[in-house]
Design a protein around this ligand. Sequence first.
Ligand code: FMN
Length: 337
Amino acid sequence: MRDYTRLFSPLSVGPLTFRNRIVMPPMVANMQVGSDQAHSWYVARARGGVGLIIREATAIRRLADPVFTGKLKRTVDAVHRAGAAMAVQLMEWGRAASSETIAASATDNAREATEAELLELIGLYAKAAKECRRVGFDGVEPHGAHGYFLNQFFSPVSNRRADAFGGSVEKRMEMALRIVRAIREAVDENCIILYRHTPRGEGYSLGNSRKFAGQLEKAGVDILDVSPSTSSSQAPRADMAGALKEVVAIPVIAVGGFGRDLGGAESVLEQGRADLIAIGRGLIADPELPNKLYHSREIIECKECNEKCFGNLRKGTPIGCAQNEASGREYLYIDAE
Ligand SMILES: Cc1cc2nc3c(=O)[nH]c(=O)nc-3n(C[C@H](O)[C@H](O)[C@H](O)COP(=O)(O)O)c2cc1C
């Protein structure tokens, strides 16, 4: 039988100790914030044994509002009681205060964000992080991946700015680095900062990302979450995580398809190509995956059919799993506390 010693070894990061190396990556669940359904969704996965949960992408403007953030406290507390750490992904979709759509540079659907708007957004990231900390999150993760607003700044294709935020690869890092520094200044030293980055993107190479990784670490990032584009048909995952891990001293998360390849996850850790393993769809299929793996019990396996996870995400309805009727309906069978 396969041995999962490394997957189940704890990892200390700053003041935190994760009980194992399994991370639930951020996944928009389309469940109403503060509802029993959304609450039970996360609590079930914490009770299922995961080490760290990163709450789904959540708009910084919402998180900066204490009334909104207050609605998340019940879940953070319950996740902690279940023995898992919990961070939250900080998301900016590219929305100006005026509600116009903005982007790093103009597109067919968006105008270029002004410098003043970028400075306002940097402040909002910091404010959101502070609010998240107030309600007990262990850390925050700016979403710098998958071609969204923040990732656009790193790409020379989507970022054609001529100011401090665009031009050379160094300037294309500027938005992210200022956000990380602003968060670092706003929160206490025990707050963990993660950063999610797509290692190879439009017009930029893994080499550019290696430079970026070093700068993110210097700016105050504690964990680098290396997420190849979700639309990528290959699974380059651990190779890319490994390439970035070589240039930083902070822990690195490898992402992509590990729910169906738990032996591969153990090997990646064994080979030192990553320190933590994200299991997304695998945990949608079976919230108890970590505990079942540990006790050699049968796991409900994700088949990567994407029907009720990515499928429902696109439809705007709560996510679930074609392999498991109970996924997304945890509120029916767990005590909501
Ligand atoms: C329903 C769904 C929602 C997702 N939402 C987010 C998100 O909010 N932020 C993010 O960075 N990635 C998001 N992702 C991508 C996952 O975090 C993860 O990177 C991806 O599913 C690959 O990992 P896996 O093969 O273990 O599922 C989402 C994925 C799914 C299936």
